[in-house]
Ligand binder design. Structure first.
Ligand code: CP
Length: 333
């Protein structure tokens, strides 16, 4: 049984097929591909785009979506084995995943890191537990990566450049300031899909502490070796932006400070100037800007950048609907 946990688990032809199918769904909204089928959307964290696009996507395919928020409108879940469950959790993932799989044909999971211990968070325990116990395919709706966002971004770039071949495009993934330390998922994912597509990718971040986990650096290196792109890390804003075709922004917390965010805050506060603004975008090759959203205006990117015709974030957000319909359809085959 195939899950959709990371794009890195899927072959390039399979990813290309998902993107091609998404483009079809963008033209032809309705289909009966999920007629009589259902998906459970399990949210441990808030969402606007993911929840809406999955629910509407299932509806447009003739299927049904059920949203569950463990600890809110569903029982809190235990994930460790051998635990004496005398705390908050009312049931174990071993039962939850297997019971849900008797009702539905797909399970989507959103479970962000706990931001206390990256060594634990990087194991992606919640998603892996659903995949382990579920007897139906599991879809990652953002955990420590965000593969649905990757596909939506790739489709938006293919649309913008008018080609499915993104090789040779200069792609900058820039860290931006945010008042809180955020998940690295979208950054890990942007790096993964941009290198997979053969682009010349620069990871721009303020200091070595903000470099991403070695797993994703390894994926990036492996991907460019196969796709013919390139990958570099930079802490220099001007050289990273110069000549860029794509600027993708995301804020994230520095991995060495997981669980000890106090000392990280004054460091992060020094780098508010990483905001994406018109002066930086003027260094690019008439480049496009995007972000996964939600985005704090005039913190991560200025109003002028967000309102520019070169901003494709809304197109990318729309594409979540189309790519997720392609993913659900592919997994139901
Ligand atoms: N980009 C994204 O996943 O948005 P939500 O957090 O609103 O779902």
């Amino acid at each position: 049984m195939k899950h959709f946990l990371n794009t890195q688990d899927w072959s390039r032809p399979d990813l290309d097929a998902l993107l091609a199918q998404a483009a079809v769904f963008k033209r032809e909204k309705l289909s009966g591909a999920m007629k009589g089928r259902a998906i459970a959307l399990v949210f441990f964290n808030p969402s606007m785009r993911t929840r809406t696009s999955f629910e509407i996507g299932a509806f447009q395919l003739g299927g049904h979506a059920v949203v569950l928020q463990p600890g809110k409108d569903a029982w809190p879940i235990e994930f460790d084995l051998g635990t004496v469950m005398d705390g908050e959790a009312e049931e174990h993932i071993a039962e939850v995943a297997r019971v849900l799989a008797r009702y539905v044909d797909l399970i989507g999971v959103r479970a962000f890191p706990k931001f206390v211990d990256w060594a634990q968070d990087r194991e992606d325990k919640v998603l892996r537990a659903f995949a382990r116990y579920s007897t139906v395919p599991v879809i990652n709706m953002e955990t420590i990566t965000h593969p649905c966002q990757e596909l939506a971004h790739a489709l938006a770039l293919q649309e913008h450049f008018g080609t499915t071949d993104l090789r040779g495009k200069k792609f900058v993934l820039t860290w931006t300031y945010h008042p809180k330390p955020l998940n690295t998922a979208v950054a890990n994912s942007a790096l993964t899909i941009a290198t997979r597509m053969g682009m010349d990718v620069t990871l721009l971040c303020p200091t070595p502490d903000y470099v991403l986990d070695e797993r994703y650096l390894g994926w990036a290196q492996a991907n460019v070796a196969e796709s013919g792109g390139s990958f570099a890390i930079s802490h220099d804003i001007e050289s990273a932006y110069r000549g860029a075709d794509v600027v993708y922004a995301k804020s994230w917390g520095a991995l060495p400070y997981f669980g000890n965010w106090g000392p990280e805050k004054p460091i992060r506060d020094q780098y508010r100037h990483f905001i994406v603004d018109e002066a930086k975008m003027a260094l690019t090759n008439d480049g496009v800007f995007s972000h996964c959203l939600p985005l704090r205006r005039n913190v991560k990117a200025t109003d002028a950048v967000m309102d520019s015709p070169r901003c494709i974030a809304i197109h990318e957000a729309e594409n979540r609907l189309h790519v997720q319909k392609a993913v659900m359809t592919a997994l139901l085959r």
